[in-house]
Write a protein that binds this ligand. Sequence first.
Ligand code: BG6
Length: 496
Amino acid sequence: QVPDGCAFVIFGVTGDLTHRLVIPALYNLAEAGLLPEKFCVVGVTRKEMASDDLRESLLQGLRKYATRPVDDKVADQLLYCVTAISADPSEPDSFDRLRERLEKLEANRNTGGNRLFYLATPPDAFAPIATELGRAGLLEETSGAWRRLVVEKPFGTDLASAKALNDHLLGIISEHELYRIDHYLGKETVQNILVLRFSNGMFEPIWNREHIDHIQITVEEKLGVGHRGSFYDKTGALRDMVPNHLFQLLSLVAMEPPAHFNAHAVRSAKADVLAAIQIQSEDEALRNSVRGQYTSGRIGDSEIPDYRSAKDVEPDSTTETFAALKLSIDNWRWAGVPFYLRTGKALSGKRTEVAIKFKQAPFSMFRCTPVRELSQNYLVIGIEPVEGISLQFNTKVPGPVIAIDGVEMTFKYKDYFKVAPSNGYETLLHDCMIGDNILFQRADGVEAGWRVVQPFLDAWKKAGAHGLQIYRAGSEGPEDADELLTRDGRDWRKLG
Ligand code: BG6
């Protein structure tokens, strides 16, 4: 579907996110013929900037970050749509000037007055920009033209700030016009969880506590904190990854089947399951979690320095770069099935996956049968490095004597579908333009996520350095993370 004509207004246009992801994704949409014909991109800068300079900078970013070879003609057409306009929320008049210039541009480009405001800015700018957009009348719907506001993560830093931000934004724009981005929902395999579960007859009957022993959600990264110290040291692994990316995975895996495939039904089912996660006391949170911080180590050929020596990180920082949690969902489907979540930086591998561990078969029949390696009966939804699904099961070793070995059956996206490489933002930006918010977070879902995480934040803050495990960069994380499962008689899937 080609979206209606619109103005795509980017705040934070000179920043990394715009250059690395937004413009390359718009380029991919342009190449696929999925941008409106009547279209303009307005790059909002704090200081005056010539449109030609902005175009040149975006072109350089595109050449660096494009996921496909850049066709100059397509790039020129896209960049021709770009105009730089300056506005700064601390100077309200500048938003009135932005409105006047935008109206002229809209008339020139015949965009029909539809406007999408994309806030690719640091999070503390969301509220002031939205306030000024509202005050200057830029968000008022006129003669059928739509207005949409897109905000990046992180959405709040805890439950109270997420609620306050929701209240603030929803005082200016309505929920259906607000698009809270989580880039995990742009990933094919993440969207495929819905299709896998609800378009096949064989999974749903066994997708419950009768048959599933537990679920592991892993997002492990090789990279350290790099140049993001000033953001990361205030944030930590839990805030950065869990209430957003990991909870998106959890909610898609654990939600009840929605009656319809539309934004209301799907987002309600996701919010319901997040609201059913047991809220732990601070003591329980401490017992059911592990946090770690990396020290120097080697990953492949690179030497990773100690986290505390990274730029803009406090030398005595107690910020976690690794977090593991055990959660329970208090509903009929999942009672008694633990959900183990882990995420960390500077680990031995880059892996993102959801592993569903089925209960073992009653083994009495094969009690005396030789076993080479017993399969753990995992269904693994792989997001990185390989997008696909694999199922592990036991089989007979060929030969006259009965013996058992575990094997794996794997589907890889790239073997079946020829897809042009993308950065995951294409679907999300396209959905914003066509007005489909199925892949965006709703206020209740965001708050339900923070409610679960809050006791962990509070307990860890009180504990300070006490209980923070140090792990070597390039390892599999703190040893206590293993203990979180071994005490329940379980193990993490090893990093492959
Ligand atoms: C971002 C976090 O939201 O997600 C980063 O801020 C993290 O710290 C990144 O590295 C991980 O995304 P992906 O797509 O590489 O798993």
